[in-house]
Design a protein around this ligand. Sequence first.
Ligand SMILES: [Zn+2]
Length: 118
Amino acid sequence: MAKFCADCGAEIKDGQDVCLGCGKVLNKTTANSNIVDISKEDKAANTGFILGLVSLIAWLIPLFGYPVTICGIVYSSKGLKSTSKKTKAIIGLVFSIIFLIFTLSNSILGVIEALNAA
Ligand SMILES: [Zn+2]
């Protein structure tokens, strides 16, 4: 996304603090702060959604199931604040919670089986 200096019209690159055209110090905190927040939440919603899908398989192995589902819950919860990706965040959250329960049951069953075998 190209931005331009309001004073001299020179192009401003991402992460640039001072305009190379006129030396104006650019204000990073005002206009862009809302956009950055929304995209962070969108990213969290997407990550939560993907982790939710991965948890469909990951719960079979507790070693993967716990980190995937717990991260899925964390990211999806953050993603719930996103306006455009809220549905994905909800799906990610529901899947992560369901498969965290599956992971728990799976590891409990594993312990019971191990005790029976002993
Ligand atoms: Zn300038």
